[in-house]
Design a protein around this ligand. Structure first.
Ligand SMILES: Cc1cc2nc3c(=O)[nH]c(=O)nc-3n(C[C@H](O)[C@H](O)[C@H](O)COP(=O)(O)OP(=O)(O)OC[C@H]3O[C@@H](n4cnc5c(N)ncnc54)[C@H](O)[C@@H]3O)c2cc1C
Length: 389
């Protein structure tokens, strides 16, 4: 079965509602989020009412069931405002829930997905550890079987939405070394022996929440292994990340659009030497490079999303995975360049907190780091090219 998504008329209505919500409710709240490092609860409630937590979850489990082509369009819109807003529901739509949807048992899906889709249950994805980031297959968190339960010990680092989460999709080692020894667990946040570290103080994206998740003798039923079978967790994590990379690439394009819009508006208004700075060809060159690169990136995302939807649901396709890495690599690097030019177009004002580009410049830096760094995307693409049939 391939992914069809919402019928086009309903999708266009949803997209229009999302655009209105972002324009009328989120953009005006950006400064408030930056100042207080928190997304207001009233806005989170509105997100729940709009069904945003269930964008990617099929209708049979209470979600909206967007295709990837549709999801990237929504991500593009959410990229055009502070990334903290999308982060509130981002893990439910992506890395927190997709493992269950792709590889979970029917009972796990029925139990969890409706609550994930409504936003009642926030799910986080816990793979990274203090000593294990890019080399995720080397993770150290141990899960030792004791009758019907597994006992978990270890530390997970930089976990997005951990302070808000009701449960974690958490990777731990049930077997020997390497990827084959890893299992994906559903770990409720109120499990005795699970505690949270102090919130991380980040460079940007204020309003997003990350912290350590510490496991000390945390007992989790064996039936909480995603799919019910040990040793499959790494494959699940990689499938989840393929999809997540495409979503992040779309987000990067949306943010590039917003930075470009801010830059064009400034270039039309600001005057030097008696002329609008946007009439100087050197300033136009910066804007033109950003426009061209944005167009290239967004074309990649849309093309890859079509291919993603054409493959069987829940199955990994090597060609699509490589293309998702290409999109993530190009778009997240691209938005970094666009943000840099955005600051340049604003001159000194671009370095001052009052102007949005200063904040976006810091916010987009993360996109090149998480869900696989730029270097890891290069390795994935390079390895695929060197593979002989
Ligand atoms: C704000 C934030 C939110 C996050 N959210 C989550 C989350 O929700 N869940 C989660 O599990 N993780 C999360 N992460 C973790 C993130 O995915 C990792 O930080 C990332 O994968 C990189 O791992 P690392 O930080 O350990 O860096 P390292 O792996 O230590 O990398 C350091 C540098 O070395 C490079 N490098 C590493 N290996 C190679 C190699 N073989 N060849 C060439 N270069 C290499 C890297 O590209 C990088 O430049 C988050 C991180 C941040 C900062």
């Amino acid at each position: 079965m391939t992914s069809k998504g919402l019928d086009s008329e309903s999708f266009e209505l949803l997209l229009a509602a999302v655009q209105r919500f972002i324009r009328e409710r989120l953009v005006p709240a950006e400064n408030d989020v930056e100042e207080h490092d928190e997304v207001p609860a009233a806005l989170v409630d509105e997100m729940k009412e709009m069904g945003l937590f269930g964008l990617s979850i099929p209708e049979e489990f209470g979600g909206i069931g967007l295709s990837m082509v549709q999801e990237v369009r929504v991500a593009y819109e959410f990229g055009q405002t502070s990334l903290a807003f999308r982060s509130v529901f981002g893990t439910n739509v992506g890395i927190g829930s997709q493992g269950i949807l792709m590889d979970g048992t029917d009972a796990q899906k029925r139990d969890l997905l409706p609550r994930v889709a409504s936003g009642e249950l926030i799910m986080s994805f816990a793979l990274t550890e203090p000593d294990v980031g890019s080399d995720a297959a080397a993770l150290k968190t141990r899960a030792v079987r004791d009758g019907d339960v597994y006992v978990l010990d270890g530390v997970k680092r930089f976990i997005t939405n951990a302070p808000r989460a009701g449960a974690f999709t958490l990777m731990a080692r049930t077997g020997g070394d390497g990827a084959g020894g890893i299992s994906a667990f559903i770990v409720p946040a109120d499990t005795p022996g699970l505690s949270l570290g102090k919130p991380d103080k980040k460079m940007g994206q204020r309003g997003t929440k990350t912290c350590d998740v510490v496991l000390q003798g945390a007992r989790v039923p064996a039936s909480n292994i995603i799919g019910g079978e040990a040793g499959k967790g790494f494959k699940t994590a990689m499938k989840v990340l393929d999809r997540g990379r495409l979503h992040v690439a779309a987000l990067a394009c949306g943010m590039a659009q917003r930075i470009l819009d801010e830059s064009v508006a400034y270039a039309r208004e600001r005057k030097q030497f008696g002329e609008r700075i946007g009439d100087f060809q050197l300033v136009q060159a910066m804007l033109a490079d950003s426009q061209a690169e944005l167009y290239a990136g967004w074309s990649m995302v849309q093309d890859c999303a079509v291919r993603y939807d054409a493959k069987p649901v829940g199955k990994r396709d090597a060609d699509v995975s490589t293309r998702a890495s290409c999109a993530k690599l190009f778009c997240t690097e691209m938005v970094g360049r666009v943000a840099d030019r955005g600051v340049q177009v604003h001159g000194g004002a671009g370095y001052i907190n009052e102007y949005k580009v200063e904040r976006f410049y810091r916010d987009v830096r993360l996109l090149r780091l998480y869900e696989g760094t730029t270097q890891i995307q290069q390795l994935i693409i390079g390895r695929a090219l060197m593979q002989e049939d």
